[in-house]
Design a protein around this ligand. Structure first.
Ligand code: GLV
Ligand code: MN
Ligand code: MN
Ligand code: MN
Length: 411
């Protein structure tokens, strides 16, 4: 039996939730903002106080290393992210990062020597809501390079990605710099389920089998801005009319016809955005998810056809650009077994399940065996300030992680 301190973990979750705190209990700690930097500084400070080495790479991924008996062996990596949605919950990302740090501290408390180093990671910009795409830190780490086109990225507030990245790295001068990407032995991430099934079935641990595919599109429908009071129907080229007709058809078919499909429009911008002018253009994002890559292709084709048709009917044009394409992944079978065994050795019921949300583990899985542990969240709610995890469930997930870490690092 390898102990972790559940009270310390839950206290830390509350302390980190004060950074970027929102009135309804959630957090706004979007990637590379001051809140994100503050959370990184707090974690690094805790790590340095315990004598761990702290590193960051050119993507501002933050690593905390506890040495192993053989320092030449690739580290076992555990972690998640500290950035949040604009109105996010306090557990999405923080739970996995702070659980991983709790494992590291508990190994230290017990004076346990592991055969290989164990590293905690807090990946940069998992959410992708300020700078798309999501999982930028883990994606670049797995590729060993930062894509050149990221140099031009801008947030909706006009902030430049390279400038914000550099300022974030500079805000943590205590961290040693290291190159992007290095060999990893295995990767394990704890996360809240962000869906209802564990809670509904009263199962404390999800052994994640893989992650469904995600595609993000940006749709621009362009018409002609004109006077709201004087422009009769036959003179209008109204992109709102085209967009609303296309969306109405897509909402009525995509999810009703396929229970595995997900279709979300989360961001909408009208220009010029005046109460008494027909818009010139409208831009919206579309987030589609499906476990089957061919179905994602079919969904994208359907969406493209719907916007083109409705734009044509209104004398408008539609342009569609892919912002992000994340193929589904399957996690390492042996590592899934280890997590299932760890739960069962602690007498905790578990079930295998696919992740509906994407996670950094998808990219870690490209360079090392990876797996995830899910814990229940109340009413399946996430990307919402009301997100809540029972302290006992947070503790249970961390105990399973510790058990898995010990079996993977025994010499
Ligand atoms: C990431 O948070 C996602 O949208 O799945
Ligand atoms: Mn997350
Ligand atoms: Mn999230
Ligand atoms: Mn996520």
């Amino acid at each position: 039996m390898f102990a972790i301190d559940g009270n310390r973990l839950n206290r830390r979750l509350a302390e980190f939730a004060e950074i970027g705190a929102l009135p309804k209990g959630g957090v706004n700690r979007q990637a590379l903002t001051e809140g994100d930097r503050q959370a990184r500084r707090m974690l690094a400070g805790l790590a340095l106080a315990r004598g761990f080495r702290v590193f960051q790479d050119p993507m501002a991924n933050l690593f905390i290393r506890r040495s192993g008996r053989d320092e030449t062996l690739a580290p076992l990596m555990i972690g998640s992210h500290l950035d949040s949605q604009p109105a996010g919950g306090r557990y999405d990302g923080a739970l996995g990062t702070l659980s991983a740090f709790e494992v590291l501290e508990s190994l230290e408390d017990a004076g346990t020597q592991t055969d290989r180093p164990v590293e905690v990671v807090a990946w940069t910009n998992e959410e992708g809501c300020r700078f798309a795409p999501g999982c930028m830190g883990s994606m670049a780490f797995a590729a060993g390079a930062i894509p050149e086109e990221w140099a031009d990225k801008q947030a909706a507030d006009g902030a430049s990605f390279p400038q914000e990245l550099a300022a974030t790295i500079e805000s943590l001068p205590e961290a040693e710099m290291r190159p992007l990407g290095f060999p990893v032995y295995s990767y394990i991430e704890i996360h809240i389920e962000q869906g209802p099934s564990l809670e509904a079935e009263n199962i404390p641990i999800g052994v994640v089998t893989g992650i469904q595919g995600t595609r993000w599109l940006e749709v621009t429908v362009t018409g002609q801005t004109a006077h709201a009071g004087t422009t009769g129907l036959s003179y209008r080229r109204d992109p709102m009319r085209a967009l609303s007709a296309a969306l109405s058809g897509l909402y009525d078919t995509i999810m009703p016809e396929d229970e595995n499909a997900r279709f979300t429009v989360g961001r909408l911008r009208l220009s010029p955005g005046s109460v008494n002018a027909i818009p010139e253009d409208i831009r919206c994002t579309v987030d589609i998810r499906h476990p089957d890559p061919d179905s994602l292709d079919a969904l994208e084709a359907k969406i493209t056809a719907a916007f083109s048709k409705e734009a044509g009917r209104q004398g408008c044009t539609a342009a569609i650009r892919r912002l992000f394409d994340m193929a589904p992944c399957t996690f390492d079978a042996g590592l899934q077994d280890r997590i299932e065994e760890a739960a069962s050795s602690l007498q905790m019921p578990s079930k295998r399940m696919l992740s509906g949300a994407f996670h950094d583990a998808l990219f870690a899985n490209r360079i090392a065996p990876a797996a995830m542990i899910f814990v229940p969240c109340r009413d399946g709610l996430s990307h919402n300030e009301a997100e809540f995890v029972e302290p006992a469930h947070a503790t249970a997930g961390c105990r399973v992680m510790m058990q898995a870490v010990r079996t993977l690092t025994a010499s």
